[in-house]
Ligand binder design. Sequence first.
Ligand code: AMP
Ligand code: ZN
Ligand code: FE
Ligand code: FE
Length: 286
Amino acid sequence: MMIQSQQWCDLHCHTTCSDGSDTPEQLVVLAKEAGLAAVAVTDHDTVDGLERAESAAQAAGIEMVPGVELSVLHPHGNMHLLGYYVDPGCADFKRVIAKVQDARSARNPKIVEKLRGLGMDVSMEELEEMAGGGQIGRPHIARALVAKGYVKSVYEAFDRYLKKDGPAYVPKSILSPADAIGAVTGCGGVAVLAHPFSLGHRTREELEGWIAEWKEMGLQGVECYYSEHDQDFTSFLLSLCRRLGLAATGGSDYHGRAKPHIALGRGRGNLKVPYSCVEAIKELRG
Ligand code: AMP
Ligand code: ZN
Ligand code: FE
Ligand code: FE
């Protein structure tokens, strides 16, 4: 029997269809070059890149895992839900995505309005150009503020204006955890909690309580391996998954040039996501 060397994957990546800087085709080729066995496309609130990524993956000889990252209402930090293998033809899912995209489109002019009220001259036209036809998100707004010299960096733009509860912040999520989880699992997909560090938990007991509640709603996995999770937090999440019977997954949240400190498949340098994570979510497909 041939001994297979360990294979790696990256189950959380963005493209130009949302706020990443690589096209779906480029992402897939870069993943192949990085030696990954599989790469997921998980753009914010859109599945527009998936067909292109799949064609490119077939040509490049790498496995593409279709995904999406939904923003979810949560009273504390930021809650994002990853949905893998959602049936692209599912009418219920298309309705949810359309609703979420409407909410996003309604939000951007409000942010622009707030920034103008703060004395910064930015327009929707400039943002549309920044986004190049993809979903407009706060990173595009941040880049516009940098380009116009109002701030020195994307980080400063978020810190001074765009972060949650910042002076130019406008909430966007319209999906409750139950709605978001239901939208994914109701259309054959696998619902995975993204980057738990961002939820704003005060204690690990609180975090575990939330995840247990979401599991009751149909949550199937947790992104344990993640660029911003240290080893201790990752180990905690892996043991939590074992305790609660959830799949452990992982990804870098690669955005290309839009987050230059995060490398595809490697995160901040030492991220490693075993290919067994792909097998685990495949088994959970509806
Ligand atoms: P949006 O979907 O428009 O709410 O924007 C979310 C995106 O903004 C995600 O890709 C985040 O990684 C990015 N983001 C959120 N907070 C920050 C921050 N403080 N600095 C840089 N990027 C951020
Ligand atoms: Zn993003
Ligand atoms: Fe996210
Ligand atoms: Fe992401």
